[in-house]
Design a protein around this ligand. Structure first.
Ligand SMILES: [Zn+2]
Length: 102
């Protein structure tokens, strides 16, 4: 294993051992809170954060409550970082197969 690969793997392992990871895109959408006497019942909904993913061709969205927002943002960022690191490792092995290197 090369030094570069070892470094990438250890960054990946470290990242995954620290916090959660979650795949998805964060989007602000309007949402009705459901209270009959709220202004949103007739007007536009409240601006709310959603985590949106596509899974088996279906789009799913998850409402992210205010007090979860900072946590979920970190998890989304870490998911992307972990994915980039995993891609780096994958490229190494792609080249190995291509060049028939053991
Ligand atoms: Zn409302």
């Amino acid at each position: 294993m090369s030094a570069a690969e070892r470094r990438t793997r250890s960054r990946l392992a470290q990242l995954l051992s620290q916090r959660g990871v979650i795949r998805g895109t964060l989007l602000v959408r309007k949402r009705k809170c459901g209270k009959a006497n709220c202004r949103c019942a007739r007007g536009p909904g409240h601006e709310s954060l959603f985590l949106v993913i596509s899974e088996n061709g279906r789009t799913r969205q998850l409402f992210v409550p205010k007090d979860w927002e900072s946590r979920v943002r970190l998890w989304v960022e870490d998911y992307h970082r972990a994915r980039e690191l995993l891609e780096e490792v994958s490229r190494i092995y792609w080249d190995q197969v291509r060049q028939r290197r053991d």
